[in-house]
Design a binder for this molecule. Structure first.
Ligand SMILES: [Zn+2]
Length: 69
């Protein structure tokens, strides 16, 4: 589900909102309940996911512990 960022034009509060399907109606500001919110273009890149695999780097300092001859 896409999460869009919105910014309130009244109080300047920024918040994220889950948007289902192609809803064109802006959500109201959770702070001041104003409808004067505008959608922010998503600035974060989709490539920087937190699901990146952890590189299997052995911890440094284990000299000679791997049985390397
Ligand atoms: Zn507001």
């Amino acid at each position: 589900m896409p999460i869009y960022e919105y910014k309130c034009d009244v109080c300047g509060h920024e918040f994220e909102e889950l948007v289902f399907s192609s809803s064109t109606e802006n959500p109201s500001c959770p702070e001041c309940k104003s409808k004067d919110t505008e959608k922010q273009l998503s600035s974060f890149s989709s490539g920087a996911s937190s699901d990146d695999p952890i590189p299997s780097m052995p911890p440094s300092g284990g000299c000679g512990s791997s049985g390397f001859s």
